[in-house]
Design a protein around this ligand. Structure first.
Ligand code: R5P
Length: 335
């Protein structure tokens, strides 16, 4: 057996029920998962040294336990990422039987390849760091690119929240709606969403000028006199959505736009940018906790919870059951 194969193998000594450890980015979500699934949570003492270095201590033993850390690597991204690595190291040194990092929102994912010279591939770097810290398994929801799964040489699970988002929109749209991918990279995601609602799709051809500015060069598909539902993985600055909405309106779509995205990053003045008269509904999940005041600033926002989905995944992983029911929805394999 080669060294890399050994890395993929699961540890053999896991005893007792699963235990959850909440990182500071995902406390509410972890709490909800515990309530729904009846899981125990291990408390963590997180303190700072005077120079801001982080110190973590688990308040009870996890020896032999099947441990699940819940931590999104959302803003402040570097803080939450380092906290995740420190939690993994802590569990490893406390002799947890198996360590699964549940990362509802996997940050740094958008740099998943070099698009020009002298650039990093941060999605791979983060995967390396998580493995090196001692995680045995990783689970993330709706990665920016599904190919990031292959950046891990440890077990990697990738359930989708698309059916949850589709259900939140299903009864609010007319039958002649159209699902829109705001860029060519999101076509498979939009296609899977469309299959949930039995609707056609249209595709926008997006070019990104920089982190906050995009331009849309073409609309592929029929959007005239239809209600558009824009499906994306991330809402960050809102630039992509805003440009997509303006382009769709110019192409004759109804001013009755719905938006579904798994991860509501809402950076900077995104809420202000997305307060647009044509946007009637924006649905995201709680993979990232909703910032205080955002719902008031953006009344069209709805948040659906992935707590049940993650609870099911934890139950299945712990009991050695297949996760395929979380991947194949209505018999259709996603993305
Ligand atoms: C890009 O490829 C992603 O799928 C999203 O469209 C993008 O990250 C959204 O970012 P923003 O809201 O800043 O335009």
């Amino acid at each position: 057996m080669t060294a890399s194969r050994e890395r993929i193998d699961e540890p053999t000594y896991v005893s007792g029920p699963p235990c959850l450890i909440a990182g500071s980015a995902s406390r509410h979500l972890a709490q909800r998962i515990c309530e729904l699934g009846g899981f125990a949570q291990v408390d963590v003492e997180l303190t700072r040294f005077p120079d801001t270095e982080m110190h973590v201590r688990l308040v009870e033993s996890v020896r032999g336990h099947d441990a699940f850390i819940i931590q999104s690597t959302c803003a402040p991204v570097n803080e939450h990422l380092v906290e995740l690595l420190i939690l993994i190291d802590t569990l490893s040194r406390a002799s947890a039987g198996r360590i699964t990092a549940i990362i509802p929102y996997y940050g740094y994912a958008r740099q998943d390849r070099k698009s020009t010279g002298r650039e990093p591939i941060t999605a791979k770097l983060v995967a390396n760091l998580i493995s090196a810290a001692g995680a045995n398994r990783v689970l993330a929801i709706d990665l920016h690119s599904p190919a990031i799964q292959g950046f891990f040489d440890i077990g990697m699970d990738h359930p989708t929240a698309i059916p949850l988002l589709a259900n939140a929109i299903r009864n609010k749209i007319p039958p002649d709606s159209v699902i829109v991918s705001p860029d060519t990279g999101g076509v498979k995601r939009a296609d899977f969403f469309a299959s949930q609602l039995h609707l056609p799709i249209a595709i926008l051809h997006k070019r990104r000028a920089d982190g906050a500015n995009v331009e849309i060069a073409a609309v592929i598909g029929d959007v005239r006199d239809r209600t558009p539902i824009i499906v994306d993985d991330i809402i960050a600055t809102g630039g992509t959505l805003l440009e997509a909405v303006e382009t769709l309106l110019r192409a004759g779509a109804r001013p009755d736009v719905h938006v579904a995205a798994t991860h509501g990053v809402f950076a900077g003045n995104a809420a202000q940018r997305l307060t647009h008269p044509a946007i009637k509904q924006i649905v995201v999940t709680d993979s990232i906790e909703t910032p205080v005041g955002l719902r008031e600033a953006l009344p069209t926002l709805e948040v659906v919870s992935i707590a049940q989905l993650l609870g099911d995944a934890i139950y299945r992983l712990h009991n050695g059951l297949s996760l395929s029911a979380l991947f194949n929805v209505n018999g259709i394999p996603p993305i």
